[in-house]
Write a protein that binds this ligand. Structure first.
Ligand code: MN
Length: 231
């Protein structure tokens, strides 16, 4: 194989307790998957089917160690969204809810960083969310914990502080659509592949960060991440 230009680097994440890296394929994100967050975004929470948007693989940032991300261009309202991240190890399509967990390789805590001003402008104009959501380095993610090593996070505190002040605090048991339901639904539309990530949505309390702010995010059982916004 001789490429016409050098291929892009593979983005990878750390694996807890291992030298191995997890190569990131696609990043699927679930929208409005906690009722209180749907309400704060001005929408009625409901059991409409889950909806998804995507981030490019180079959105992923290894946050297994404290890490700094840039303040992105073209925004003045850069928001944090703390989320449970699911890594797919076994692909498939039309995956039944009952066997969805067999496709999970591991779990991590991550941030769906959002240019909220651009997202809301796009939403209100009926345009795609891309510039608000899908940009490089917008998804710092902690070390992945193998599903075999942790109990599946069906009830686990999820929290984010900024400069030590509480911003988001909830429990993943409040997900409107569970991890298994998200996998089942998504796999009806796309053939899931090993290396795909699913960011499962954020609880209420999303808000802006400023240059120099330090975010500390955690999901019980999956450790914590420290992410600084570059000064
Ligand atoms: Mn999100």
């Amino acid at each position: 194989m001789k490429y016409a230009i050098s291929p892009a680097e593979v983005t990878s994440l750390a694996v807890a307790g291992s030298e191995e890296r997890f190569p990131v394929n696609r990043i699927f994100c679930v929208g409005r998957n906690y009722a209180a967050h749907a309400r704060e975004m001005g929408k009625d929470p409901d059991r409409d089917p889950p909806f998804f948007f995507m981030k490019p693989s180079d959105a992923a940032v290894d946050a297994s160690q404290p890490v700094t991300i840039p303040y992105p261009s073209q925004t003045t309202n850069f928001h944090h969204e703390i989320e449970l991240v699911v890594a797919i190890g076994k692909g498939g399509s039309n995956i039944p809810v009952d066997s969805a967990e067999e496709h999970v390789w591991g779990y991590a805590v991550g941030l769906d960083m959002t240019r909220r001003d651009l997202q809301l402008e796009a939403r209100d104009k009926g345009r795609p969310w891309e510039f608000g959501k899908s940009f490089a380095l917008s998804a710092p993610i902690g070390a992945l914990h193998r599903a075999a090593d942790v109990s599946s996070p069906t009830k686990a505190a999820i929290a984010l502080t900024v400069n030590g002040e509480a911003r988001q605090s909830s429990d993943v048991e409040k997900l409107i659509w569970s991890v298994s339901e998200c996998i089942a639904h998504l796999s009806q539309y796309e053939v899931l592949k090993p290396g795909d990530l699913i960011m499962t949505g954020t609880p209420e309390g999303v808000n802006a960060v400023r240059r120099g702010d330090v975010m500390r995010g955690s999901v019980q059982g999956l450790g914590e991440i420290f992410v600084t916004v570059a000064a």
